[in-house]
Design a protein around this ligand. Structure first.
Ligand code: GLN
Length: 308
């Protein structure tokens, strides 16, 4: 990173400016365990495509990745069964409805980055049992984050499984219209398990950096995700990654991103870097309030918008 000192300064300034929003937003307490996280935690990591990293704040805190797992679900479905099969089961269009809405489904879910779409892609991940499929997801996240410490936050998983009537309904509905071929309960379990994977901002920023690097490992030695799969994934993240705020976000921040109700956002600046913010207070769409502010400022100050 040529301008490391400058990037550090910009991150620090963006964090300071975002302090005005420290108390704005609320935790995702519809998953009871998520009401117990420390609301004031804040962390950010930026990893460039050469693997150089800058971290600020709470960079060791492990949180559930929630909807960021939808990016991995999509990548694995595309790698396992191919583009044609995936998009026969899920659409490519943004939606104005909430991430867990059952409404946008007519013949298939609007896109893979809302719950109905991710439940559909989870049903395409290969493996002879839910455990084997989940092990493959953990392994994939391990290779993309260049880390062996990929956790499963069982208390979050159990808490969501007890309360997730809406996702259960979506899963059975998708089964009834022929989108899901396998057992609806097993697909639901894999989806919620993937949401309950625990990572820190450094690991997620590393995954984002690999995607920014066209799917190549940051040491340049291995193609970890097929380039075509990366292209599709980033396009859909740009169009749909921030739910019903995706358009506004793309205008203000200007690079493919994905948020999760755990409070993290990952952003991918192709050819340059991956970024992850963590701050668990959310706006009405389920996006981290402080994360949005910080990403907007650093995008503008460091000229990271991909459209200009
Ligand atoms: N596990 C969460 C759910 O299904 C994920 C949603 C999210 O992060 N937006 O409701």
């Amino acid at each position: 990173m040529k301008n490391r000192v400058e990037v550090e300064r910009v991150l620090e300034q963006a964090i300071r400016n975002s302090e005005a929003y420290k108390d704005v937003g609320k935790l995702a307490d519809y998953i009871p365990e998520l009401a117990n996280v420390e609301p004031d935690n804040f962390g950010i990591a930026l990893v460039d495509v050469d693997g150089e990293i800058i971290v600020k704040g709470d960079d060791e805190i492990v949180f559930s990745i929630q909807s960021i797992s939808k990016v991995i679900d999509l990548i694995m479905a595309l790698e396992d069964v191919g583009r044609e099969e995936v998009f026969s089961k899920v659409g490519m269009e943004p939606t104005e409805y909430k991430f867990n809405s059952i409404r946008p489904i007519s013949d298939k879910a609007a896109n893979p980055l809302i719950n109905a779409g991710a439940i559909s892609t989870c049903s395409l991940i290969r493996g002879s049992s839910t455990q084997e499929k989940f092990d493959r997801v953990i392994e994939k996240i391990g290779s993309l984050s260049n880390s062996e410490d990929v956790r499963f936050l069982e208390h979050i998983f159990l808490s969501e499984m007890e309360t997730t009537d809406i996702n259960r309904s979506i899963s059975y509905y998708l089964k009834s219209i022929g989108i899901i071929d396998n057992d609806a309960e097993e697909v639901l379990e894999l989806y919620v398990r993937n949401c309950s994977i625990g990572l820190n901002v450094k690991q997620l920023a590393h995954i984002a950096a690999v995607l920014a690097n066209g799917g190549r490992s940051l040491d340049g030695k291995e193609q970890l995700v097929d380039k075509e799969v990366v292209k599709i994934t980033l396009a859909l993240m740009a169009a749909c990654g921030m739910y019903e705020e995706s358009g506004q976000y793309l205008v203000e921040v200007g690079f493919p991103s994905k948020s999760g109700v755990g409070g993290a956002i990952i952003g991918i600046v192709p050819g340059k870097c991956g970024i992850c913010t963590y701050s668990p207070r959310l706006d009405r769409s389920g996006n981290s309030v402080r994360g949005l502010k910080v990403l907007e400022e650093i995008s503008k100050t460091l000229n990271l918008n991909i459209f200009i």
